[in-house]
Design a binder for this molecule. Structure first.
Ligand code: ADP
Ligand code: TRP
Length: 331
């Protein structure tokens, strides 16, 4: 039997090239050798996105983004988290096996409460229970589909460890393997994609290159990358330039070597370096953007794909819940 790979992306904003190289592309690589189950984590997004139009549109955006990036819904079970009621049943069941202390130690909650304390506010100001219990819902997402491997960025490692802890507590209590213990698939070779300002590309830093923006916007965004004040003549170090760092993601090895030479030789200004980057990014993203636009032009067809995925996912989820209920004495 093939092993199972599972991951989810929250629909909380526009997908950017950090999401593509850090999450979508490696997950699609894994889908070649694993049975893949990839989903839109819309209930996780509800913690922060309270505008219904915005959430509905972000769900379609992320779904179309996966498909335009090459996800084949015939091969990958592709669905919305909110379509699988059993996920919420399992969430409640595993709550009984999750200590509150474990949630107190979750990074996202700790960061939010520390920020409150620093500001002199009540430590829990503005923090909803969805944020506090976020790792429990995520554990249910993972465990319910008997996942072997969960491809995620390093920032999600703690969540995977919590899912392992929770599943182990359940198994230990019933003295049988009720739930499969998942492993994190941290992509060692996927570097952190730098943003326009050199920090990690992230929508929270407002420094992203969007994946599906129209060509004009893409060009404007690339031109916004911050640079130092080196003159055109000065030789430049490709290894410390985030423009070159981004270029490497989009260009072949020989193109990279050629451009690195031009950086080192001097005579190429940052404007020209950005033009080279824009050309490479645009060549790669244009076919994806065209696919994305075509998918977004037919939302009912997109929703149908997600619903068909949900239909495949539900029986698997139901079997896990049934196993748990039986072990727990509530079947
Ligand atoms: P953001 O930081 O923009 O809010 P998310 O936290 O929603 O992005 O990330 C979704 C996925 O994309 C995660 O698996 C995360 O590890 C990956 N990811 C996000 N930004 C980057 C980046 N700059 N480089 C590599 N991977 C990234
Ligand atoms: N927490 C993940 C993120 O912020 C999204 C997510 C929700 C997820 N449920 C998941 C990822 C289950 C992997 C498996 O990126």
């Amino acid at each position: 039997m093939k092993k199972i790979s599972l991951t989810g992306i929250k629909p909380t904003g526009d997908l950017h090239i950090g999401n593509y190289f850090g999450a979508i592309k490696p997950a699609l690589e894994l889908a070649k050798e694993y049975d893949a189950r990839y989903f839109i984590a819309d209930y996780h997004a509800l913690n922060s996105v309270k505008d219904p139009k915005e959430l509905a549109s972000a769900i379609r955006h992320v779904a179309a983004g996966w498909l335009a990036s090459g996800l084949d819904p015939e091969k990958v079970i592709f669905y919305r988290q909110s379509s699988i009621q059993e996920v919420f049943e399992l969430t409640t069941m595993i709550m009984a096996f999750t200590s509150k202390g474990l949630m107190n130690r979750a990074h996202a909650y700790k960061d939010a409460s520390h920020k409150n304390i620093e500001k002199g506010d009540d430590m829990d100001a503005g923090i909803n229970m969805g944020l506090f219990t976020y790792p429990i819902l995520m554990a249910a997402d993972i465990i319910i589909f008997d996942s072997d491997i969960v491809p995620v960025g390093l920032d999600q490692m703690q969540h995977i460890e919590m899912a392992q802890d929770i599943a182990q507590s359940v198994n230990a209590n019933y003295k049988q393997q009720v739930l499969k213990i998942p492993q994190a698939g941290i992509q060692e070779n996927v570097a952190v994609v730098p943003g326009l300002d050199g920090r990690k590309m992230s929508k929270s830093y407002n420094n992203v290159i969007p994946l599906f923006a129209p060509e004009k916007t893409l060009r404007k965004t690339v031109m916004r990358i911050t640079t130092n004040s080196q003159s055109v003549e000065e030789p430049k170090d490709p290894d410390t330039s985030q423009i070159f760092g981004l270029y490497k993601l989009f260009a072949e090895r020989n193109e990279q070597d050629k451009l690195a030479e031009r950086y080192r030789a001097g005579g190429m200004g940052w404007g020209e370096a950005k033009e080279e980057l824009f050309g490479a990014v645009n060549r790669r993203l244009t076919p994806m953007r065209e696919k994305y636009d075509a998918i977004m032009a037919d939302i009912p067809a997109l929703d149908k794909i997600l619903e068909q995925g949900a239909q495949k996912a539900r029986p698997i989820a139901a079997a896990t819940v049934k196993r748990f209920r039986k072990a727990a004495g509530i079947d």
